[in-house]
Design a protein around this ligand. Structure first.
Ligand SMILES: Cc1cc2nc3c(=O)[nH]c(=O)nc-3n(C[C@H](O)[C@H](O)[C@H](O)COP(=O)(O)O)c2cc1C
Length: 312
């Protein structure tokens, strides 16, 4: 399937996760047949001012393909400048975050606050569309709260503003991550617009992913939490039951990150991922404790090998 001129490897794509969608994780997902990867949300303003933290989030591997970058902003002119200045040239698709529920983002009128301000949201999308030939996409939640479910109108606004696809998380801003994603509303969106709609929320198995496409008319499915500690989930969805050498996947994750960041930082960052990678091993709690208290990469690698040896 395609988003505008960009061919996806499969309909199963990685949904962005701040703090987790690092270059190593994304490259691994891509290696395991993920249809499209997306960076975590990056501040357009941060890029505009050359903020190191924002620029670092743009790290990517050539093998990560196709790849999208996700921006958050409330300023169309800043978006235009960031695109025209070439910051995003290495990405195939430019995505906009209009669903983040975090107070510090919402109170600035960004993320899910834009669900209440479709005029500004439209200006942001139009500013991007006029500045690039690349596909511009939008990821949003179904509404601000259950009394203001706007998903269908919002998707139409995105389409009319020039977006090439949308991804809908089936929860409202106020629901955060509680309850279940409402796939009926995602299905309504899929029926309401001509551009491809990706559904998102609570998909963790091949059966659920296939059912989502079949029953709700979405063109694809975006997976976030289900991919944590399991970047091969995308191969699984395609029916490839490869024998995964999990320690080798983890070591590769380290190796990719070390190309871009100092070892100390990589160890700190990988602690978050390791909790997910080892969550199903016997004695996971003990291993987790040992791993997160170690500063030594070789010791961490030994612990990982031990953790998985016990299970084979
Ligand atoms: C830790 C974490 C960070 C997230 N960061 C982002 C983000 O940067 N941009 C975004 O659009 N959504 C973000 N999300 C939302 C996810 O992309 C996704 O919409 C949500 O987790 C539901 O999908 P899932 O059930 O497959 O996890 C984040 C979710 C989690 C759990």
């Amino acid at each position: 399937m395609k988003i505008k001129n960009i061919e996806l490897k499969s309909p199963y794509i990685l949904a962005p996760m701040a703090g987790f969608s690092d270059v190593g994780f994304r490259a691994l997902c891509s290696q395991f047949d993920c249809g499209l990867t997306t960076t975590e949300m990056v501040s357009a303003k941060g890029l505009f001012y050359g903020g190191e933290g924002s620029v670092a989030l743009l790290a990517h591997e050539k093998t990560e393909s196709p790849r999208a970058v996700q921006l958050f902003s409330n300023e169309p002119d800043v978006v235009e400048k960031v695109i025209c200045d070439g910051f995003l040239d290495d990405f195939d698709i430019i995505d906009f975050n209009m669903g983040c529920p975090m107070p510090k983002i919402v109170k600035e009128g960004m993320g899910s606050a834009l669900l209440k301000d479709p005029i500004l949201a439209s200006k942001i999308i139009k500013a991007a569309v006029k500045s690039t030939k690349k596909p511009v996409t939008v990821k949003f939640r179904i509404g601000y709260d259950l009394n203001h479910v706007v998903a269908t109108d919002f998707a139409k606004m995105c389409e009319d503003s020039g977006a090439s696809a949308v991804c809908v998380h089936g929860r409202t801003k106020t629901q955060l991550y509680t309850g279940n994603a409402n796939w009926d509303i995602i299905g309504d969106v899929a029926n309401a617009v001509k551009i491809p709609v990706f559904g998102n929320g609570d998909i963790t198995t091949k059966q659920q992913a296939e059912k989502a496409i079949k029953d709700f008319g979405v063109k694809g499915v975006a997976v976030a939490r289900g991919a944590l500690g399991k970047p091969w989930i995308f191969s699984e969805f395609l029916g490839k039951n490869e024998n995964i050498n999990i320690p080798e996947v983890i070591f590769e994750h380290f190796r990719i990150l070390e190309k871009y960041f100092p070892e100390k930082l990589v160890i700190l960052h990988m602690r978050k991922h390791l909790g997910s990678y080892i969550k199903d091993v016997k004695g996971a709690k003990i291993f987790r404790h040992k791993i997160v208290t170690s500063q030594d990469k070789n010791e961490i690698f030994d612990l990982i090998l031990q953790a998985f040896e016990k299970n084979t």
